[in-house]
Design a protein around this ligand. Structure first.
Ligand code: GDP
Ligand code: MN
Length: 431
């Protein structure tokens, strides 16, 4: 779950990180009132859950209450990367000497939280991360020891922070880490952390991502979720218990199981298509859940074909097929679809789909190729390409050396098995 800038900064403030004074409003005339109360130059900032608001024109300075009302009027209702601005933050404007980047992310490879900092913070940090990664300092935090002061010093020196600011910087870095850990965040960042005209550090922008799987531990934070700002499909997916992530491709994928969903996306790509989403309907999905999933997929205007890949285990293929048919009646899609159902009740499932004139496939490779062909408008005849996947070649090689392999297996496997059995019986005997 993403927190808004104003929510993130309010949390940061609780951890001792200095933030500008300000308030969130939904009406331009309230922006005027806040600007008047602050009694100085303000900055009016769109509160939408995407980055790059500054470049999109969602951050504007205002010298007077009149101007604050005017720019708030311009920003409210603005469309930023597909999201409508419903709220603006009116903050006292900062006198910016330098923009620093300071953030913490969860690094899955290191299995640690990693603090990152750069002297070149601000709006171009993504570009810098791409082109000049050496300008970003990274420090891994030991979960048992926490962020050590020497690590903070190391970061401060690497970004050229003057000695006089080290104490304040330490408070901010420690606060950010405690906040990150306390709220079960996967990201907490301050960009920019500024040095102002009085040589003081201040967090001018903030962002927090909270791990959804930990939200049950934070009902107060879960209540901050801004459904207005979520894509409606993401809201519905969450409410239905579906794992849905929108992507940029054209083939909508409905799959049961995360691993299977990944494999389905890979297969789609292998045959020259691009997945429009990741969608895991989970185990034991019933017809209504399947219908919801299909609605979500079809709500994306980029979807040109839908690929169902269902492995019937706990999930019954006939149940899924009924869900698909029910959904077809409800949403009346105008894109072609292909389904591959295998496992529990697959025959019944296929019969139901055939009766509804739905294209089916026996293998995932076939289904993926059909889906790609459908997107390309080759709906009439789908000529299956020979599948050439690397692991298959490897298998062929193994097959050629059959006798050698057999011997190796025979030599190795037997004694090990025997030993293991022997060990097991000794254990039993000891008991
Ligand atoms: P983002 O573009 O969504 O990351 O929004 P930010 O809140 O980071 O604002 C973008 C940029 O606007 C910052 O990098 C600053 O350069 C500038 N900015 C933001 N707030 C202020 C302010 O109070 N005073 C001044 N002078 N510039 C600001
Ligand atoms: Mn920013």
């Amino acid at each position: 779950m993403k927190l808004h800038e104003y929510q993130s900064k309010q949390l940061f403030a609780k951890y001792g990180i200095p933030i500008p004074k300000g308030e969130v409003v939904t009406q331009p005339e309230d922006a005027r009132r806040i600007a008047r109360d602050l009694g100085r130059r303000v900055v009016v900032k769109a509160q939408v859950l995407v980055g790059g608001r500054g470049k999109a024109g969602g951050v504007k300075l205002a010298n007077t209450p009149d101007e604050a009302e005017k720019v708030a009027g311009q920003i409210l209702g603005m469309d930023i990367k597909g999201l409508t601005v419903h709220k603006v933050l009116v903050d006292e404007a900062a006198d910016i000497r330098q923009e620093i980047y300071l953030g913490i992310v969860l690094d899955r490879v290191q299995r640690r939280a990693v603090m990152m900092a750069s002297a070149s913070g601000g709006m171009d940090i993504e570009e810098i991360a791409r082109t000049q990664p050496e300008k970003i300092t990274r420090v891994a935090i030991d979960p048992f020891l926490g962020l050590r002061e020497y690590q903070v010093r190391q970061i401060a020196y690497s970004i050229g922070l003057p000695r006089e600011q080290l104490k304040d910087f330490n408070v901010i870095a420690q606060g950010l880490y405690r906040c990150f850990a306390d709220v079960d965040a996967s990201l907490a960042e301050v960009n920019p952390l500024i040095v102002n005209g009085e040589d003081k550090l201040q967090a001018v922008d903030g962002k927090i991502l909270i791990d959804d799987n930990a939200l049950f531990r934070h009902p107060d934070l879960a209540a901050l979720r801004d459904v207005d700002e979520e894509a409606p499909s993401e809201t519905e997916a969450r409410q239905r218990g579906l794992s849905y992530i929108k992507l940029d491709g054209e083939i909508g994928c409905m799959v049961n199981g995360a691993g299977l969903a990944m494999a389905t996306m890979d297969m789609t790509q292998l045959f020259g298509g691009s997945p429009a989403n990741f969608l895991d309907i989970g185990g034991g999905a019933q017809a209504d859940k399947v219908a919801a999933a299909l609605r979500i997929i079809l709500a994306d205007p980029h979807v040109k074909a839908v690929l169902f890949n269902i492995f019937g285990g706990i999930t019954r293929c006939d149940e899924v097929a009924r869900g698909i048919v029910a959904a077809l009646e409800e949403v009346k899609p105008n894109v072609p679809m292909v389904a591959r159902l295998v496992g529990t009740n697959e025959e019944e499932g296929r019969e139901i789909l055939a009766a509804a004139h739905m294209a089916t496939a026996k293998t995932l490779a076939e289904a993926a190729q059909k889906a790609v062909a459908l997107v390309k408008g080759e709906a009439a005849v789908v000529k299956l390409l020979p599948v050439e996947v690397k692991p298959l070649k490897a298998k062929r090689k193994v097959a050629a050396k059959k006798p050698a392999v057999k011997k190796a297996v025979a030599k190795k496997a037997r004694p090990t098995v025997k030993k293991a059995t022997a060990r097991a019986s000794t254990k039993k005997a000891r008991k």
